[in-house]
Unconditional design. Structure first.
Ligand code: ATP
Ligand code: MG
Length: 385
């Protein structure tokens, strides 16, 4: 009888011919997440991934790590035994003796159709054996304290407790994205949601140092640290918008300041993305949340981009976004009161319905390409493990 964790995957199981690619990527990601547990080994077995070498000492830590690996639907504690009914009964008895509870139920699945007993027969044989050899357990098929699973395959598995996984798709199977990350609540959530669909994320942050502080940048790094746990590390590009912002302020109508600044952000982010093999940009915008997130504003900012800009939060309410931020533990960092480059010079009356022609006319007053070249020459890259 050997103890193991069984990792089950949800949506990947629906994949056809390229399922192996998804499962192999998931297995790689699991190994990566568990790299500090050298004793833990992975093995692909029929529709799941087995983890060997997990013991009492490291189990809860291993499970915490697995809960941040996308593509896992469930993590199940189990023991392996030979596919012989006597071995299965014995292993089930051993397992249940170690569990807390008074009532139990056995649920069997016969994956190997050559096994002589049918699923209900396996369940009753195991149930009877437990009742005969213990005196503290009763059967309750409706509300049992313990559900003992028996899965019969070439080998058999007695399963006894599940932890839900994050679901989603294995990181790396969904291409790459550049998350435009501020210090706010929304963009880290947007990054998490895209990573959950398998998109490997790289952060792009704009600051206006010295008008924004170094602490504000550190805050973004700490947010990156939280995202790194889901994203297998997090690379973060820091780009200064100080000169661009000052040029806009001195030369453009201040009602357009916000939208022009956002268009510069998009263009710099896109330049960085192209130079670094990143396919798409991602923002934390949510429709109508602020002046720069009206449909008219989005039309104007989007027009500055030549690559797709994904906005996974566009249809979400703030409280839904906050709930996710709390779950991924970025919320308490996000609400720390540091200034953002967008908030340093806020116009009194921002244009909530900008018209692209007018925005373009304003931008004529600036040497856009030169400003972008200069900003990009000073990019600082930070690598967060
Ligand atoms: P967030 O909570 O993510 O800061 P927000 O509600 O404050 O969003 P805006 O300030 O309008 O909204 O920003 C919208 C989006 O633009 C952000 O979600 C982010 O993707 C991007 N963005 C804003 N400021 C920055 C910045 N300083 N650096 C990088 N991206 C930014
Ligand atoms: Mg913000």
């Amino acid at each position: 009888m050997k103890r193991l964790l069984l990792v089950r995957y949800g949506e990947i199981a629906l994949k056809g011919l390229n399922r192996n690619y998804f499962v192999d990527t998931l297995a790689d990601n699991i190994r990566n997440a568990l790299k500090y547990f050298p004793g833990v080994k992975t093995e692909k077995i029929q529709g799941r991934i087995a983890l060997w070498g997990v013991d009492d000492e490291n189990e809860s830590e291993v499970i915490e790590k697995l809960k941040k690996v996308f593509g896992i639907s469930k993590i199940t504690r189990a023991v392996e035994t030979d596919s012989d009914i006597e071995d299965i009964k014995e292993a089930s008895l051993e397992v249940i003796k170690g569990l807390k509870g008074e009532t139990f139920k056995v649920e069997s699945r016969r994956g190997d159709k050559n096994f002589p007993l049918k699923s209900p027969e396996i369940s009753s044989a195991v149930g009877e054996y437990i009742l005969r050899n213990t005196d503290c357990f009763k059967v309750d098929v409706h509300h049992p304290d313990i559900v003992l699973g028996v899965e019969v395959r070439p080998k058999s598995y007695i399963t006894f407790s599940d932890v839900p996984g994050e679901k989603g798709m294995p990181l790396g199977t969904g291409g790459s994205g550049g998350i435009m990350i501020s210090g706010g609540i929304d963009s880290p959530v947007a990054a998490y949601l895209m990573a959950k669909r398998g998109m490997k994320m790289t952060g792009i942050h704009f600051h206006s140092y010295p008008f924004t502080s170094l602490d504000a940048q550190k805050k973004v790094e700490r947010l990156g640290g939280k995202l790194a746990e889901y994203n297998n590390g997090f690379d973060l590009a820091m780009i200064s918008l100080t000169d661009i912002q000052q040029q806009i302020i001195s030369k453009c109508d201040d009602r357009y300041l916000t939208v022009i600044l956002r268009r510069f952000m998009i263009r710099c982010a896109e330049r960085f993305a192209r130079e670094n093999g990143i396919q798409m940009l991602v923002t934390g915008e949510s429709l109508g949340q602020v002046a720069s997130q009206t449909t008219d504003s989005i039309i104007c900012t989007d027009a500055a981009a030549d690559m797709p800009v994904l906005r996974p939060l566009i249809a979400m309410d703030k409280d839904e976004i906050i709930a996710i931020a709390q779950k991924i533990d970025t919320y308490s960092i996000s609400i720390e009161p540091y200034e953002d480059c967008c908030t340093v010079f806020v116009p009194k009356h921002p244009q909530t319905h900008p018209v692209l022609e007018k925005v373009l006319a304003q931008e004529q007053r600036l040497e856009c390409e030169r400003l972008i070249d200069e900003a990009m020459a000073g990019v600082k890259l930070i690598n967060i493990e």
